[in-house]
Structure formats: C-alpha cells, structure tokens
Design a protein around this ligand. Structure first.
Ligand SMILES: [Zn+2]
Length: 200
C-alpha cells in the first residue's frame, strides 16, 4: 500500500510504502508529527537532497530509529544550505544516520525490496527507487513537467540520459516529487515530448 502526503514545503510529496507490518518512507518534507504510521519504519529514502525533500530526514531517523538512504552525492547538498536551497535552515554535519548509495543496486529490508538507480539532471543527488511495480523519481519528472535543470548540479545532458532510462524502465506507476501519480503509458508520452525538446 502506498500513501502520498503533501508537505508545506513547496508541496513536496512524502510516500509511505507499506507491506504487512513494515514500511519505508520516501522523502522527508512533511513534519514528523503529521505522518500517520502504523507498524515499523525500516528506512527513509531520499530521492534527492533539496531541502523540500530532505528537511525532516534526521528527525524521522531519530523518531523511527532507522537509517536514511540517499545518493552518495547527497552529502554535499546537505552540508551546504546554498546547494539544498533552504536559505540557511538545513545544514547537516553528522552523517552517522546515513547510508550512502552508489550507482545502482538492490536493498532488502525485511520483507521490502528496494531497487535503486542513480539518475541525474535535476541534481547530482537524484536517485530513483523501485518497489515492486512502483517507481519514485523525485523531481526528475514532475507529472507532465521535466524537472528544473538550472539549479546547482543540474545538467541537461544528464536529464536526457535519465529520461531515456525511464522510457525503457518497467513499471506501472510513477510517483513524482510533487503532485499526482501517473502510469507508464502517460509518462512515456510526456518523456518523448521532453526528449524531442532536449534533442533540438
Ligand atoms: Zn528538487
């Protein structure tokens, strides 16, 4: 079961993905007190390290006594408020609660299996997560919109590579960093339009 909660931080999404009595949390923009969680939290996963997605990560880790999983490129964003765009409010120096992920792989946390894959284009820290038939892409694609490539670490060429990867990925539902969920049929049409734009 997947629950989507919209935050007060530029309406970023937090997803709670549950299987039986366990769950993982994807992104951390919603205040911990507003999360209604039944069962054990096995881990927090960050789609990228912009403040609207990472702001409460440390508080979640403390509250639920679990690790935060993120791209190895997340660290420099979390150390530096200018890179995570928090206007000085998000600055992490202690990374004991973090597990940094490299390029791609699979994690098994009890009964939940999470595949991860480094993307890019919106930020250096972009990471896609796949749980069963659902993918979580952060701000690489926001519904019909391509994610911004003009922020620190953004890169149009990497965005093109990410979109090409997503075009060929197998999934049923794409969950974006903001807004509603969409199916693969819809998103492939959107991706093809953006690739046309990027290939001009
Ligand atoms: Zn972002």
């Amino acid at each position: 079961m997947i629950k989507r909660i919209e935050s007060d931080l530029i309406k970023s999404n937090v997803f709670i993905v549950s299987q039986d009595d366990n769950c993982v949390i994807i992104d951390a923009g919603v205040e911990p007190g507003k999360l209604e969680i039944e069962g054990n939290v096995l881990g927090i996963f960050l789609t990228h390290a912009h403040y609207d997605h990472a702001f409460f990560a440390l508080e979640y880790a403390k509250k639920f006594n679990c690790k935060i999983f993120a791209s190895k490129f997340a660290e420099e964003y979390l150390r530096n408020p200018d890179y995570n765009y928090s206007k000085g409010k998000l600055k992490i120096d202690d990374f004991n609660s973090f597990v940094f992920l490299d390029s791609q792989g699979e994690l098994k946390l009890k009964n939940i299996t999470i595949d991860y894959k480094t993307l890019g284009g919106h930020s250096k820290s972009d990471m896609m997560y796949k749980i069963e038939d659902d993918i979580f892409v952060g701000d690489v694609l926001i519904g019909r919109d391509m994610g911004r490539t003009d922020l620190y670490g953004g890169d149009k060429l990497k965005m093109k590579e990410s979109l090409e990867y997503l075009l060929n990925e197998n999934y049923s539902i794409m969950h974006c960093g903001h807004g509603e969920d969409f199916n693969k049929f819809t998103q492939n049409k959107v991706i093809n339009l953006w690739l046309k734009y990027l290939n001009r």
